[in-house]
Design a protein around this ligand. Structure first.
Ligand SMILES: Nc1ncnc2c1ncn2[C@@H]1O[C@H](COP(=O)(O)OP(=O)(O)OP(=O)(O)O)[C@@H](O)[C@H]1O
Length: 211
């Protein structure tokens, strides 16, 4: 039986022959929000990539939903990863990108119009993503991530490019996601965002208790 969404035990990862993660333990319960915090290069993105099944461990075990994460459709139907900016579909507008997400996922959490409103993108709905500002493009990424249904959100610096007002709105949206039973693990450099959940360091150990 799996009572935890994530169980990491003794995880070690080497990249280019250098140890990045060493003997890391982490458990994340369903509906929990965990913030991975630490300085540049401390291994936050590396840990997220391991949780997403995109990077093999050098040692230890990683389990997500009770099994090692694998880069396969069944896993991605339950998990959403927001990290590097994707290649946008040429010729499709902001609205059409959201319509695509809405169409391909059964049981979307939001309508396209609601997502556009919630992420303050309605006024730029007919622009292609590459004509949006950096923060607007990040809002589009987050809109698509929260529009589609999922049980686990893996976010790498979701605050990237967002103004302070929108960072606060994101915090509320993530609280709503966990209130619905979803689990969030995010790497962040934003102290206020991190304080919304349990803070852990990729070098091991608890940073603070949840607020
Ligand atoms: N492909 C790679 N080959 C070798 N070393 C790598 C590789 N990718 C990352 N690293 C190194 O691994 C370490 C951890 O990188 P990672 O991106 O996980 O850090 P981070 O905590 O997410 O940093 P940041 O806050 O800057 O995003 C860094 O020292 C980085 O230089």
């Amino acid at each position: 039986m799996c009572d935890m969404t994530i169980r990491v035990s003794g995880l070690s990862v080497e990249l280019g022959g250098n140890p990045v993660l060493r003997d890391l333990d982490l458990t994340v319960a369903p509906a929990e929000l965990v913030a991975i915090v630490g300085p540049n290069g401390s291994g936050k993105s590396t840990l997220l990539r391991c949780l997403a099944g995109l990077l093999p461990a050098t040692g230890g075990t990683v389990e997500v939903f009770g099994a090692p994460p694998v880069d396969e459709p069944a896993f991605w139907r339950r998990t959403t990863l927001v990290g590097e900016e994707p290649a946008w579909y040429p010729g499709l507008t902001t609205r059409e990108h959201l319509e695509l997400t809405h169409t391909v996922h059964a049981g979307p959490r939001l309508t396209v119009d609601a997502a556009l409103e919630l992420f303050d993108l309605a006024v730029r709905a007919d622009a292609p993503p590459l004509n949006l500002s950096t923060g607007q493009r990040q809002r589009l990424l987050l809109a698509a991530a929260l529009l589609r249904p999922s049980e686990l959100l893996l976010l790498d610096e979701p605050e990237r490019g967002l103004d302070s007002g929108f960072r606060e709105r994101l915090a509320v949206l993530l609280d709503e996601y966990t209130a619905e039973g979803g689990t969030v693990v995010m790497a962040t450099h934003d102290p206020a965002l991190a304080a919304r959940g349990r803070q852990v360091s990729p070098t091991g150990g608890q940073v603070t208790a949840a607020a």
